[in-house]
Design a protein around this ligand. Structure first.
Ligand code: BDR
Ligand code: CA
Length: 314
């Protein structure tokens, strides 16, 4: 049976690859994408999501627009939308003439999990605002969702600030609500793990040599990411880039890509230099209800191999 999945995204470069992976892999049934602000304003992340799905011929996958700002703190994000319907220039995809569904993302998620006849995995690849909104709307949301995979958080330093990872930093209150809610199974794919699953230029060449729309676009996006990382001062080996969100999606079908341990996650929500920091307590002292599966390590070569095979139709 194909694994049913809903992706919550802020597309975005690596979200685009995660979407293409879920949408082209025959082992997965991509039920829908829900969007949220993060990498861009939600109008733009929605436009990008529609354009990516169209690019690979998956106009049948519905898209639901969600939150345009964090629950409580606005941090220092620019919320203005200058979206004119064009996908972001870093995405090698054309305009979509499709519209998102009219139902708000959180309404769709609550309704879908309330009425689901088969298990659906929820994969959150962005600030957790939509998921926290579902928790506020439906007190039983944690019981309705069989498993949730989250790309976010960091044990050994963040990418947004020295302490915080991007997705958690953008809405620490939402993240704290999610980690304390008591979901049955949370898998947290941290920055520590995604930085062990680096894709190199030679891997992009291999992807590009396959002529599928998904593999060609993925190669182009990752090449741009590699160039950006090479220009930045981040300590990543030259000529490589992590593809955070794609690792989270891949791990649904290939759990062995992640090395996991159990721990409790607390999020710093107070206005301080550490806001958005995830404190990962591997001893779970007094926090059984918060215990999640935490991936701090990943099998990089196996991820690259899987990505290459899957995008050409696994
Ligand atoms: C996360 O932040 C976003 O920029 C990426 O799409 C990914 O979800 C990595 O920290
Ligand atoms: Ca993302």
């Amino acid at each position: 049976m194909r694994k049913k999945v809903i992706l919550d995204v802020d597309t975005g470069a690596d979200d685009a690859i995660a979407i293409m992976l879920a949408a082209t892999c025959r082992e997965m049934d991509l039920v829908a994408c829900t969007t949220v602000y993060g990498n861009r304003h939600v109008d733009q992340t929605t436009t990008n999501t529609l354009a990516v799905l169209d690019h690979i011929g998956r106009q049948d996958v519905p898209v639901f627009k969600g939150a345009d700002r964090p629950l409580v703190k606005t941090n220092n994000m620019d919320y203005a939308s200058d979206n004119d319907g064009a996908p972001s220039s870093n995405l090698p995809v054309k305009w979509s003439h499709r519209q998102e569904d009219r139902q708000p993302a959180a309404d769709f998620l609550v309704e879908t999990f309330r009425t689901a006849k088969e298990p659906i995995s929820l994969v959150a690849l962005a600030p957790l605002t939509n998921i926290a909104t579902c928790l506020a709307m439906e007190p039983k949301f944690t019981e309705l969702v069989p498993d949730i995979v989250i790309m976010g958080g960091a044990h050994n330093g963040g990418n947004m600030t020295p302490a915080a990872e991007f997705n958690i930093w953008h809405d620490p209150d939402a993240a704290e609500a999610v980690f304390s809610a008591g979901f049955k199974t949370i898998t947290l794919v941290t920055l520590d793990a995604t930085h062990q699953a680096l894709v190199a230029r030679a891997d992009c060449d291999r992807l590009a040599s396959s002529k599928t729309a998904a593999s060609q676009a993925t190669a182009a996006i990752i090449r741009q990411l590699i160039n950006a990382y090479d220009r930045s001062e981040e300590q990543i080996s030259t000529g490589t880039a992590p593809v955070h969100d794609a690792l989270a999606v891949a791990s649904l079908l290939r759990p062995n890509l992640l090395r996991k341990c159990q721990g409790a996650v607390n999020v710093e929500t107070l206005a301080s230099p550490n806001i958005g920091q995830t404190t990962i307590d591997l001893k779970c002292k007094g926090a059984a209800a918060r215990t999640v599966e935490i991936a701090l390590n990943a099998d990089g070569p196996e991820f690259v191999r899987y990505l290459t095979v899957a995008l050409t139709g696994c």
